[in-house]
Design a protein around this ligand. Sequence first.
Ligand code: MGP
Length: 236
Amino acid sequence: MRRKRRERKKKKKIRQEEIHPKYIAQRFRLFSKYDQGISLSDHESWYSVLPEKIASHVASRCSCDVIVDAFAGAGGSCIQFATTCKYVIAIENVNSRLMDAKHNAEIYNVAHKIDFILGDAFQIVRSFTGKVDAIFVAPPWGGPNYENGGFFDFGRFQYQLGDLVDFALQVTPNVAISLPRTSSPREIASAVPQGQTFQVEYNYLNAKCKTITVYLGNLAHHGENASADALSNTAC
Ligand code: MGP
């Protein structure tokens, strides 16, 4: 019994030590209510959560009745969607992260507006085809060491970017995808079906580019739209 407890303590310590101090330093940017008991129980949650101001901005652009957050993680985005949408379907395939998302949504008093579903988004979202207004996709990028001085290597992705776009478009034409800030606009353009309007948005926080959000369908009709031809191959 004592040995088990010691092992659990040791595991927890290792998990905490794996978290890069830069993410811990940014904890209040990730969740402004961090000190009210926010839970991020693994390393991947720390580096994957969208900073709250960016999540809030993306949510304001995705305002609708029902949105799916296909890779909900510890809940940073679905919490914000719950403030701009009537209902949120949050899917996550790691139980401890889904539990964190629920717990964190309770801190923000929005858990009652979110359906938390444990499972593989690729299997689950099919049942929502045509029944939801928008889908948000923030896939794993293959770890925090994703920058190599050049454009993001989409070979690191667990899924092909084009497959992710197709998967999301099966559910609804209104799609938002969160990608690395060093993604090549040309690669993004080639993942979007021809003729489809899309918009690439660079998300800055305190003058630093953090992520890119790609919007399709009605979500792209905001300011200037991009097309493959109009894009220069630059990253932030
Ligand atoms: P970062 O580039 O790892 O850190 O993540 P940061 O704070 O810019 O530090 P610096 O040393 O690069 O200056 C920036 C943001 O990208 C994170 O806050 C997350 O929102 C997002 N992000 C990073 N990773 C590795 C992932 C990922 O694997 N998946 C998702 N969905 N988002 C990620």
